[in-house]
Design a protein around this ligand. Structure first.
Ligand SMILES: C[S@@+](CC[C@H](N)C(=O)[O-])C[C@H]1O[C@@H](n2cnc3c(N)ncnc32)[C@H](O)[C@@H]1O
Length: 324
C-alpha cells in the first residue's frame, strides 16, 4: 500500500495501520530504493512482520510497490517522505522492533555531512521510537560514513554499537549487488538503545473532518479589492526552521474568490498548500486552508494561513475572526 503523509495519524497506531496483523513485530526500512531488501528479509522471521518503508524517490516508490505486491507483501506500507519526519511524527514511542538502513546516501563532502541521516539527532529520535531490545541495522559500503555513524551513535549517549556481519538480505539490494560486483567489502553495525530519552512528537495533525478546526480567518475585504498583480511573499519564522513562501494568487472563475499557492518549509518537511479566499453570503470572505493535495496541519501551515490574512490586511481587509 502507498500512503501519503495525510493518510497517517500523528502519531499513528500499528493496530490501525495493520488491522489484520496487529501485534506483529514492526520493521521500518529507510531508503528502500527499488525494494529488493524486504522480500529477502521478511522470510527470515517466523511470521511476516508489519513493514513500513520510507523513501525520498517517487520512482523508487513505484518500483518497490510493484516488487512487494508481486512477492505477496502488499500489506506493507510504502511512503514518500523524509525519514526523520515519518519517524518523529508518525511512529509512537517504543513501537518499532527494527529500523533498517541499507547503503544510505554517504554525502561524502565535508560541507555536506549535515545531510547525513545517521547523526546524533536521528539516533536520539530512533532510540525513543524503538521497543526495548529493538535495533537499527546499518549496512554500508562507505567506510568513512560508517565510522562517522558509529561515532555519532556513541555521541548520542543513547546507543550501544555492535559491529558484525550484515543480514544476508542486505547483500541482495541494488546497491549491495553493485558493490559486490566491484569486489568491495561492506560494513555492518547494530545500534541498540541503552536509554530511552523521549523525543516528543510535533504539533501536527491530519486535515480535520470538523470544519471549525481547519486553519482559517474571516474578514471583510475593502470594496475596491480587485487584485491585479501579486508579488511573491517570503516569510522566515524567527527562531525556527520554518519558511513560508506565498508563490502566486489565482482568481476563481466559478466563485467569488481567489486561491493562494503557498510553499511551506519546516526543516525536512516541505508542503505545497492552497489557501482559499472565498466570498460568503454575508459579504465577508473566508480565508481557509484547502483540503486539495492532502495537507497536514503543522505550525507552518497555520502560519501560512496567517500570512495570507496579514497580506489581505495590508491591503485594507478588516479581520473579524482568526482561527489559526
Ligand atoms: C544509495 S540508495 C540505497 C537504496 C537501497 N537501500 C539499496 O541498498 O539499494 C539510498 C536511498 O535512500 C533514499 N534516501 C536518502 N535520504 C533519505 C531520507 N532522508 N529519507 C528517506 N529516504 C532517503 C534515497 O532516495 C535512495 O533511494
Amino acid at each position: 500500500m502507498i500512503f501519503r503523509l495525510g493518510d497517517f495519524h500523528f502519531p499513528d497506531d500499528p493496530a490501525r495501520l495493520y488491522p489484520d496483523t496487529p501485534g506483529r513485530p514492526w520493521v521500518l526500512e529507510v531508503g528502500f530504493g527499488d525494494g529488493r531488501f524486504w522480500p529477502h528479509f521478511a522470510p527470515t522471521f517466523p511470521v511476516t512482520p508489519n513493514y513500513l518503508g520510507v523513501e525520498l524517490s517517487g520512482v523508487s516508490l513505484l518500483k518497490a510497490h510493484r516488487r512487494l505486491s508481486a512477492a505477496g507483501l502488499g500489506s506493507g506500507i510504502l511512503t514518500k517522505l523524509p525519514a526523520d519526519v515519518l519517524v518523529r511524527e508518525v511512529i509512537p514511542h517504543g513501537a518499532l522492533d527494527v529500523i533498517v538502513v541499507n547503503f544510505p546516501d554517504p554525502w561524502p563532502k565535508d560541507e555536506h555531512t549535515d545531510h547525513r541521516l545517521l547523526r546524533v539527532p536521528f539516533f536520539q529520535l530512533a532510540a525513543s521510537r524503538l521497543k526495548p531490545g529493538g535495533a537499527i541495522l546499518l549496512t554500508t559500503d562507505h567506510d568513512e560514513y560508517f565510522e562517522f555513524a558509529v561515532q555519532q551513535a556513541h555521541a548520542s549517549g543513547v546507543m550501544s554499537v555492535q559491529t558484525g556481519e550484515p543480514p544476508a538480505a542486505a547483500l541482495e539490494t541494488k546497491y549491495a549487488l553493485k558493490w559486490r560486483d566491484l569486489g568491495l567489502d561492506v560494513n555492518h553495525a547494530r545500534f541498540t538503545p541503552t536509554a530511552h530519552a523521549p523525543v516528543p512528537h510535533g504539533d501536527v495533525r491530519p486535515y480535520p473532518e470538523d470544519e471549525p478546526t481547519v486553519p482559517h480567518a474571516v474578514l471583510t475585504l475593502p470594496d475596491t479589492f480587485t487584485p491585479t498583480d501579486f508579488d511573491k511573499v517570503t516569510i522566515r519564522m524567527p527562531q525556527s526552521t520554518t519558511t513560508i513562501i506565498l508563490l502566486d494568487l489565482y482568481g476563481s472563475l466559478r466563485r467569488d474568490g481567489w486561491v493562494t499557492l503557498a510553499h511551506v518549509i519546516e526543516g525536512e518537511l516541505t508542503q505545497e498548500v492552497l489557501i482559499g479566499i472565498t466570498g460568503r453570503e454575508d459579504g465577508t470572505h473566508l480565508v481557509r486552508l484547502a483540503k486539495f493535495g492532502g495537507p497536514i496541519i503543522t505550525p507552518g501551515v497555520k502560519a501560512a494561513v496567517g500570512a495570507v490574512t496579514q497580506w489581505l490586511e495590508s491591503l485594507g481587509a478588516v479581520v473579524k475572526h482568526r482561527g489559526y
